[in-house]
Ligand binder design. Structure first.
Ligand SMILES: [Zn+2]
Length: 333
């Protein structure tokens, strides 16, 4: 069940074999650049271009051949081997090698001078194919990491990119630095009255609400992070966190780990205490309230796992006798 939920999350979709073995080839990019079948995903400031030849059909990312980028790629330029396409419906054959290349402003302008033609993952995550969403998500995650980790954490020396773009190596002390992903838990909490708990973040519009979420701390399980974060942000104790699925969120380096949980025994749903800094307002919402557009409640964007968890809850049949569920575990999915 959980895998099915994950597989339909917009940014969890993918259709690429990451082809880990090839990363060890010392001359990997020389080989790929000599192959006219290789396709390059150009990126600028975390954005990509759409293939104009796909106008009128489902949007797809613009992929170039190495020869389409003459002079753009000195040997030292950052390249990341994304893997091999598994998409039988794509314009390129299954097995096509895919490489992400971040461009600087000048290179990007030479390719497409109109800023508005460069598009972001959040806006297109639900419109692109599994493969294109997957490679854009993969590219953003790894390129953000390169941007923020240019130096060795041990000695501070500038590191060099190796292993197809997936490792940085320190030439001074030999350290290998690997990409990191920050785990954050996000939790759909229900009470005994078949309502869901949503909070309004201090940085949002007053009527925007979402699930409670927070980063996992060192030495902490996902489940413990759920219990701690909910208590910190709401003053409520929850029990029985149940994993639902996960979605990468490369803005810049997260993976969102989705849970459901129920109020712990003895907790009363009226006892909400927003933390006052991160969360300004907390409310229990019924299905009817969330489904009624007249309420003007703004929910998370359709590319988020928060929205998917809320929609999943709304799509479930309501308990026959909500009162009977008080103090009981969430039915789960
Ligand atoms: Zn070092």
């Amino acid at each position: 069940m959980s895998f099915r939920f994950t597989a339909r999350l917009p940014l969890s979709r993918h259709a690429v074999d990451r082809d880990n073995d090839a990363r060890a080839e010392p001359e990997l990019f020389e080989r790929l650049w000599a192959d006219a079948g290789t396709r390059v995903l150009p990126l600028w400031k975390g954005k990509a271009l759409l293939d104009a030849s796909a106008a009128g059909v489902a949007p797809r990312l613009l992929l170039l051949t190495p020869a389409d980028l003459p002079g753009v790629l000195p040997a030292a330029a950052l390249r990341v081997y994304l893997g091999r396409s598994l998409d039988a419906e794509a314009a390129e054959p299954v097995g096509t090698a895919l490489v992400a290349v971040p461009l600087d402003a000048e290179q990007a302008a030479a390719l497409e001078p109109d800023d508005t033609r460069w598009v972001g993952l959040r806006d297109y995550a639900t419109l692109l194919s599994d493969r294109d969403t997957g490679i854009l998500t993969e590219s953003l995650g790894i390129l953000h990491w390169h941007d923020s980790h240019p130096h060795c954490p041990r000695c501070g020396a500038a590191t060099e990119v190796t292993s197809g773009g997936w490792v940085r190596h320190c030439p001074v002390d030999g350290s290998q630095v690997f990409p990191r992903t920050d785990a954050a838990v996000i939790v759909l909490i229900t009470d005994g009255l078949d309502r869901v708990l949503l909070g309004s973040n201090a940085m949002w519009e007053a009527n925007r609400y979402s699930l409670l979420a927070g980063f996992v701390e060192p030495g902490e399980s996902f489940e413990s992070a759920v219990v701690r974060e909910v208590f910190e942000e709401s003053g409520m104790r929850v029990a029985d966190p149940v994993y639902q699925g996960s979605q990468p969120w490369p803005f810049p380096a997260s993976i969102m780990v989705g849970f459901t949980a129920r109020l712990a025994d003895g907790q009363h749903s009226a006892g909400l205490v927003p933390d006052g800094t991160e969360i300004l307002d907390l409310r229990w919402f019924s299905r009817a309230e969330l489904s009624d557009p007249e309420n003007g409640i703004m929910l998370p964007g359709t590319s988020s796992i928060a929205r998917a968890l809320i929609d999943d809850w709304l799509a479930r049949p309501a308990p026959v006798a909500p009162d009977a569920a008080a103090g009981q575990g969430n039915p789960g999915v």
